[in-house]
Design a protein around this ligand. Sequence first.
Ligand code: GUE
Length: 282
Amino acid sequence: MTATLLNGKETRDALFEDLKVRVAALPVQVGLATVLVGDDPGSHSYVKGKHSACAKVGIKSIRRDLPAETTQEELEAVIDELNANPEVTAYIVQLPLPKHLDANAILERIDPRKDGDGLHPVNLGKLVLGEEAALPATPRGIVELLRRYDVPIAGQNVTVVGRGVTVGRPIGLLLTRRTENATVTLCHTGTKDLAAEVRRADIVIAGAGSAGLITKDMVKPGAAVIDVGITRTDAGLVGDVAPDVREVAGWLAPMPGGSGPMTVAMLLTNTVEAAERANAAV
Ligand SMILES: Nc1nc(=O)c2c([nH]1)NC[C@@H]1CN(c3ccc(C(=O)N[C@@H](CCC(=O)O)C(=O)O)cc3)C=[N+]21
């Protein structure tokens, strides 16, 4: 048996078609801004991808590219400008920021109504409280990908590997809502027996950033496996899931081609929803 591939690119393109219609129906121009500090090549390519996605769905995209030496005060001034700028419906500050900058202070300064990533503390708090708000983009993309391929979620055992703020920590909050009803285990470097936790999972979400961490022998035959890990090597991008896992899994969201494109689709979805909320409020 070989796993059914969860195709993030095709699913992203289908979502873009829906977003295009919603953008056209709004009486205002929708705008997404990106803030990029420094010249990390990976970050540059992600930001480029976000802007070309905007062009496909009719969202105006706005770039703020700043030198690596940008100070906290200078970056805060850019945040304040974007918060006040009526052309900017939502925006993201590309992570990671250079080490001399306080990323949490920057993320907190973003107007929560303009939070493209769904990572503002107010929006994470609303997710815990069950209030409507921007949702974390990568977790939202993973849930959407599972749904589109009719992977059973309700009542299933999900093992999440990695406790990062963008994936591991928030995804359990989405999957344990009444609308998803999964049972979630969060594993990390302190987990006693990772293989045992992964082996009993119906759905494995690997976002540790550790190349090839999830091996074939750890995966229950027929399980859905979502690779969210990204490690840059000389040979290219490597995920957290070893290639031969494909031989035992029932479904596999590969890296690349799985959750990455879905993250971009959800960033745009958050932006369109921010525009719809702002429009409904006037
Ligand atoms: N504020 C912020 N928000 C983010 O959402 C954010 C961030 N910072 N920092 C970095 C991570 C990483 N991330 C990806 C987005 C798209 C792909 C993606 O589309 N990947 C393609 C391949 C891209 C390639 O080949 O380089 C794929 O998986 O098929 C991957 C990773 C968003 N991030």
